[in-house]
Design a protein around this ligand. Structure first.
Ligand SMILES: [Zn+2]
Length: 190
């Protein structure tokens, strides 16, 4: 019994060492297995993701921020490869913006809003490239007007999506104290 156990452990140690020495080979093997049984792999990946969603999102976000240029370039390339998609999306968005409900936001108003928020993302306070976030999303009837616009980094803007502030907060959105809905109206009056 003892020798059996010792033998098993020895073999495991050897396997570990072998694996460490041949990482690339094992990865290739894993990849090969994955593509031979994609559904199996995907089911496993989905189950893992459901269990570790928060960790996965955080990791993904960190990785993205580390390689911002790479990811932006990829998005640009995808848009070039799929010309219909982006323009259809933009057209739909423009149509919503110009549906007559909203008067829009002038360039100088946008500048004033950004200045008001010290050129930081209103949610996470990162000085990344800022986008206009509609606090109440356009899909929910929010207007494309200064009262409803705050600067947000792409990460926050994407994460918030169409959710309301409350929904986003419940989901772990990074709403900081710097962002108080009462602040938004001040920008317009100024
Ligand atoms: Zn942000």
């Amino acid at each position: 019994m003892r020798t059996l156990k010792a033998g098993r452990e020895k073999r495991r140690a050897w396997e570990r060492a072998h694996r460490a020495k041949n990482v690339e080979k094992y990865r290739a093997k894993c990849r090969q297995y994955y593509w031979a049984n994609p559904e199996k792999g995907r089911t496993r990946a989905r189950a893992w993701y459901a269990e570790n969603q928060e960790q996965a999102t955080r990791k993904w976000r960190e990785k993205r921020l580390e390689n911002l240029e790479y990811h932006s370039a990829r998005v640009r390339q995808w848009n070039r490869d799929n010309p219909g998609h982006a323009s259809a999306y933009n057209a739909k968005r423009r149509h919503r913006l110009l549906d007559g409900r909203s008067r829009g936001v002038k360039a100088e108003e946008w500048t004033a809003i950004k200045e008001y928020f010290c050129d930081l993302c209103a949610y996470c306070l990162h000085p990344l490239r800022l986008e206009r976030d509609h606090v109440e999303s356009l899909d929910r009837g929010g207007l494309d007007e200064p009262d409803n616009i705050v600067p947000a980094c792409k990460s926050c803007n994407c994460s918030k999506g169409k959710a309301s502030l409350i929904e986003w907060m419940r989901r772990g959105g990074r709403v900081t104290r710097a962002f108080l809905p009462a602040n938004v109206g001040v920008v317009r009056a100024a």
